[in-house]
Write a protein that binds this ligand. Structure first.
Ligand code: 8YV
Length: 326
């Protein structure tokens, strides 16, 4: 008898995506539906599986791949970022990695705009003052923030999400606003959206708004350190919707304590979830959201579907519809 391929899914998916899995009758599916799977449990459950469908919360490293066994044919992550996956280990073992590019671009760019506007217009303080009964009387300076008209927006990493963010911010900055970007390659579509490439230091110095939308890699890790914050305008709106690890968070707190930054909007932090006592949250000008960039029903359904398609293609020995470049 032929052995049925086995897969482990580390989180419950939306109904559409789970249906896709159920339809693959030849595959034995186990779905962990009890929140975040503890590491020890994950190491036990992956033993003997042909495929793993994971999220950013599951570290896919040598230890895990060793625990899985040599029959493993695919790792599929429900995310566009894959810094939680040791790609060198996958390459060594010839295991493809499925990911979900494209389908979360709009949702994440929308949220990046929310962070920019939320930080610039002091939305955290506004909401808290309404809820706490500290809504102050009108004065010309009551809760005034900064306006985007005519400003320079700097995008760090003009990939899919960076580009969609730039396009969304254009009407806010208007015809006299400027879009600049930095990154390790020239983007052919930059001209079409009116974005000019500059080096990282120039971007730090010239931007009124900085949006971090690049991938976390060994080259980009902690690229926002004290030195970087010091180069920024003191009125800067600094926004990160990519990965917490791009920012040296202790340095960010130091920069805030020295009033080096205008306001900060973050959808990603180190760690996640952030401790409510974290020093970062003591600053009124810091607006933090709980990593919800891709959190729309439509996007999460498409992400789940693609992750399942990648997983099934892998266990069937077919090329993945969306394979990461390893
Ligand atoms: C996910 C993300 O929610 O896609 C990414 O890289 O950060 C988010 O869209 C998260 O990664 C879940 O795995």
């Amino acid at each position: 008898t032929v052995r049925r391929p086995k897969v482990l899914v580390t989180q419950a998916l939306l109904p559409d995506s789970e249906k896709l899995l159920e339809n693959a009758e030849e595959v034995e599916v186990e779905i962990w539906k009890d929140g975040l799977i503890p590491r020890e449990e994950l190491l036990k459950k992956v033993k003997g599986v042909d495929g793993i469908l994971c999220t950013l919360s599951n570290k896919i490293d040598k230890e895990l791949l060793d625990a899985t066994g040599p029959q493993i044919k695919v790792v599929s992550t429900v995310s566009v970022g894959y810094d939680h996956v040791d790609v060198k280990e996958l390459r060594k073992r010839n295991i493809p990695l499925g990911y979900t590019p494209g389908v979360l671009t709009d949702a994440t760019a929308d949220l990046t705009v929310i962070l920019v506007l939320g930080a610039a217009r002091r939305i955290r303080e506004g909401i808290l003052s309404v809820l706490n009964g500290t809504w102050g009387i009108w004065t010309p300076t009551y809760m005034i923030g900064s306006q985007l008209s005519n400003k320079t927006v700097g995008i760090v990493g003009l990939g899919r999400i960076g580009k969609a963010t730039a396009i969304r911010l254009k009407p806010f900055i208007g015809a006299n606003g400027k879009i600049i970007y930095s990154g390790n390659s020239d983007k052919p579509y930059a001209g079409e959206i009116g974005a000019t490439k500059v080096d990282f230091d120039t971007l730090l110095r010239e931007s009124d708004v900085i949006c971090v939308t690049c991938a976390l890699t060994s080259q980009t890790k902690e690229m926002f350190d004290y030195d970087a914050f010091k180069k920024m305008k003191k009125s800067v709106v600094f926004v990160n919707s990519a990965r917490g690890g791009l920012v040296k968070q202790d340095d960010l707190v130091r920069a805030l304590s020295e009033s080096l930054l205008g306001s900060v909007g973050l959808d990603v932090t180190t760690p996640e979830p952030l401790d409510p006592q974290d020093p970062l949250l003591k600053y009124d000008n810091v607006f933090v959201l709980p990593h919800i960039g891709s959190a729309t029903y439509e996007t999460r359904t498409l992400m789940g579907n693609i992750a399942v398609e990648n997983l099934l293609a892998g266990v069937r020995g077919k090329p993945l519809p969306h394979a990461a470049q390893l």
